[in-house]
Design a protein around this ligand. Structure first.
Ligand code: TYD
Ligand code: MG
Length: 460
């Protein structure tokens, strides 16, 4: 039987029997591409070809109490910050997707991790469809990775990669990138949704069947989503995003899905001439160039996953020269800024109507938790009054529309970080203020209203 052509939307995976200009599912224009399996129709491999199966599959249902809990054995990548985002190390047999923009450092990080892993755990297969063995080797020289049982494979054919995995039986597999891999079973181009899904699924079976942890590199599109399918995120155990600004040397790896650990964990790195260097104390990095005693600067104790980090919020308020006042923010949601400015006008009596307001989170960080509110209002008020925030003072707390300061989660961790970084006072929601539990040497100032907070934060 001649296989019927199938047209697949490259944005959402919707299928249609003929080409459509606009996807009826997700509304994307010009996203349909013909995908025709070479032999059998449908994404399922023909019987007998599924070489790997999930361990324990095929025995029927089992009682919950009869199943042994998996003692979560973790293998270290040798890079602490990377282990942290993975939830404490690599889980055997897990499939991890690392996404990020081109040039952010995905290949660099994985090559560094591969070398450590090869030395301490066992052989690693690094399969690249983007660079030749020589290019990878010259990067390795630059990273000074030295001797390690690291095997490089410049290959894009999925079947060849699976063969190599089966013969080499490495302790870790890296596929850079999943968009370059193609299966001989499909005629569509590498990077199309069918190819990516097939490659990820086959690699998943290999990872689970042979109990080899596997890392996939994934490209992101210009609007920041993983290229090709969202479907890929469902297949893998863990999804990590590599973020950072091109003009800042620090990079952040964030977990957005993790079947083996907490999400929104964060690993911080710095890109140097010899590769990525872990930054164990990010607060220090983000506060390094803080101008002492300058108006418009406020230090926030924010939480990234389970990790407290101090960041500097900066505001510049200056008279509008003509037209409407401008409000710009980077690192804080602009809608949130407008809301907080309205609260300052109405509840704290600040006159901001004729003022331009610019807000920035130093170091290119982005903060999205409501606990950042207090630092935003403090930075704006400090700049407007042209008086600095009291020295050695940090803050956190959510601000409500009535001008009330509301409690947040994980106050003890935030306070501990502030004390460690040498702060003497923390202004916080009264609901979180428990002086008995405060770290030694840290003065806590609990507040219930925005105006009260500004009095406590800004001198005179
Ligand atoms: P790369 O790991 O190739 O990025 P990706 O795989 O995400 O596309 O990243 C490389 C960028 O980092 C490149 O622009 C050069 C820079 N870089 C350094 O600054 N120092 C180094 O030691 C290395 C290897 C790369
Ligand atoms: Mg790369």
């Amino acid at each position: 039987m001649k296989p019927h052509p199938v047209f697949v939307c490259q944005e959402c995976g919707a299928q249609a029997p003929k080409w459509l200009g606009r996807c009826p599912e997700c509304g994307a224009w010009n996203s349909f591409v013909e995908e025709r399996p070479a032999a059998s129709p449908g994404p399922a491999p023909a019987g007998g070809e599924a070489r790997y199966a999930l361990p324990g599959a095929g025995g029927g249902a089992r009682r919950y109490d009869e199943i042994d809990a998996l003692t979560a054995e973790r293998l270290s990548t040798g890079i602490d910050e990377f282990d942290r985002v993975l939830g404490g190390g690599v889980v055997p047999g897990s499939l991890v997707l690392l996404g990020g923009e081109p040039g952010i450092g995905k290949s660099t990080l994985l090559l560094q991790a591969a070398a450590h892993f090869a030395r301490s755990v066992g052989p690693v297969l690094y399969s690249s469809g983007e660079e030749s063995e020589h290019q990878i080797k010259s990067r390795g020289e630059r990273l000074q990775i030295g001797h390690a049982p690291l095997y490089l494979l410049a290959e894009t054919c999925l079947e060849r990669i699976l063969e190599e995995i089966a013969t080499l039986k490495p302790a870790l597999v890296i596929v850079d990138s999943i968009q370059t891999v193609f299966s001989l079973k499909f005629q569509s181009a590498p990077g199309s949704i069918g190819q990516v899904r097939e490659a990820a699924t086959q690699l998943l079976f290999a990872a689970k069947g042979l109990n080899i942890p596997t890392f996939l590199v994934g490209h992101v599109t210009k609007d920041g989503a993983l290229a090709g399918p969202k479907a890929l995120e469902h297949v893998v155990d863990t999804v990590l995003y590599f973020e950072g600004e091109r003009h800042h040397s620090h990079r952040v790896v964030r977990a957005v899905k993790n079947r083996f650990g907490a999400i929104s964990e964060l690993g911080v790195f710095e890109m140097t001439g010899t590769g990525l260097r872990p930054v164990p104390n990010p607060s220090q990095l983000f506060l390094a160039e803080r101008p002492a005693g300058a108006p418009g600067s406020a230090v926030l104790c924010c939480m990234e996953g389970s990790r407290p980090i101090l960041v500097e919020i900066q505001a510049l308020v200056s008279g509008t020269t003509f037209g409407n006042a401008r409000r710009m923010s980077s690192g804080v949601d602009p809608g949130r800024l407008s809301l907080l400015l309205a609260v300052l006008e109405k509840r704290a009596g600040l006159n901001l109507i004729g003022e331009d307001v610019f807000l920035n989170v130093a170091g290119g960080m982005a903060v999205d938790e409501p606990a950042a509110d207090l630092a935003v209002v403090a930075a704006v008020a400090s700049s407007l009054r042209n008086r600095p925030v009291r020295e050695r003072t940090a803050m956190f707390g959510e601000v409500g529309l009535a001008g009330e300061v509301r409690g947040t989660t994980q106050a003890p961790l935030r306070l501990k970080e502030a004390a460690q970084m040498g702060f003497a006072r923390v202004v916080l929601p009264a609901g979180n203020c428990a002086p008995a539990d405060a770290p030694a040497g840290l003065e806590l100032v609990g507040v219930t209203r925005v105006s009260e907070a500004l009095d406590a934060l800004i001198a005179g």
